[in-house]
Design a binder for this molecule. Structure first.
Ligand code: GDP
Ligand code: MG
Length: 301
């Protein structure tokens, strides 16, 4: 095997930032070829910092997916935006993602103002080009080139993967020389337990409406492997804010909870590569999204 010349190896941390729903998590999963960050049509699906590691023989990029930058008075949402900005401050490269089909000027302004205080090289991904007319692209690139001193502007489709290679190449140019932070079979440094709780949350986002997805936090109370290693027993708790929400999550004769559980179980099984016994419980924890202590205990710190 060819041994890399250590002194030429490049590695660094890249934060993925942008408004809610622009496709940040989809882009990260596309880069990795595997799901580490959950996705839904609804904004604010990603709540915590999520990381994914992309390997090449001569470099390593550690991506940090972040919650969307947006204005809100709700404590949980403010916490999410704080998490996003805190991530921005200690990385080597910033990747800003914008939805070309639906640019959000308010969030963009909030983001660009904040970025001005950082010196990190910043690359812009104009996402969802599969949804746009090609002739609209050039004027859009020009308009963003004036808004912020981006090192590069790359139109991509996170969904189809179009131009994602080019985006990676642009970023590679700005990676500092650095160590091999992770072995090359590491795709993420998130614990499987956390990913399991996020998969359950994703199914709730996909299957429920209105305020329900935003009223939910998921914790894992048990994650236990059978002694022969062939089954993993997982107990998940879905925390909601009110009794009425508990009723909706459970559904008629438990039908909704069954659907959430069976979709989540299949996906967790695919991730872990073993059979999973998943039990879900629903607990009411009044106004957890406005409660500092509850937020901390659910991992939003
Ligand atoms: P995030 O909030 O920025 O992390 O956005 P997500 O990755 O959760 O994606 C939000 C929605 O946009 C989902 O329904 C995705 O399937 C969709 N989406 C993301 N990237 C693309 C893309 O390149 N093209 C299209 N058509 N849809 C996309
Ligand atoms: Mg996301």
């Amino acid at each position: 095997m060819l041994k890399m010349n250590e002194s030429n190896y490049r590695s660094g941390f890249i934060a993925i930032v942008g408004a809610p729903n622009v496709g940040k998590s989809t882009l990260l999963n596309q880069i990795l070829g595997q799901k580490v960050s959950i996705i839904s049509k609804k904004p604010q699906t990603t709540r915590n910092r999520v990381s994914g590691i992309y390997h090449q023989p001569d470099c390593q990029m550690i991506f940090l997916d972040t919650p969307g930058i947006h204005k809100s008075n709700r404590l949980l949402n403010r916490r999410m935006v704080e998490i996003a900005f805190a991530t921005v401050s200690d990385v080597d490269i910033l990747m800003v993602v914008i939805d070309t089909a639906n640019p959000d000027e308010v969030s963009e302004k909030l983001l660009f103002d904040q970025l001005k205080s950082h010196q990190n090289p910043t690359i812009l991904a104009l996402n969802k080009i599969d949804c746009m007319q090609k002739e609209d692209l050039l004027p859009m690139i020009q308009s963003y080139a004036i808004k912020y001193p981006f090192k590069a502007i790359v139109p991509v489709s996170a969904k189809t993967g179009e131009q994602v290679d080019r985006l990676l190449n642009e970023m590679k140019a700005f990676l500092p020389k650095g160590p091999v932070y992770y072995p090359d079979d590491h795709i993420t440094d998130l614990p499987e337990r956390f990913i399991a709780s996020e998969i359950i949350r994703e199914k709730i986002f996909q299957l429920t409406n209105k305020e329900i997805p935003y009223a939910v936090a998921v914790t894992i109370e048990q994650f236990k492997e059978a002694s022969d290693g062939r089954i993993i027993y997982i107990n998940g708790v879905i925390h909601v804010e009110r009794n009425s929400q508990k009723g909706i999550i459970i559904g008629k004769q438990g039908a909704m909870l069954k659907r959430i559980g069976s979709r989540a179980r299949k996906e967790i099984e695919r991730m872990l590569g073993v059979q999973v016994m998943l039990k879900l419980f629903v607990k009411v924890q009044k106004n957890w999204a406005s409660d500092e202590k509850a937020l901390a205990s659910f991992g939003y710190e």
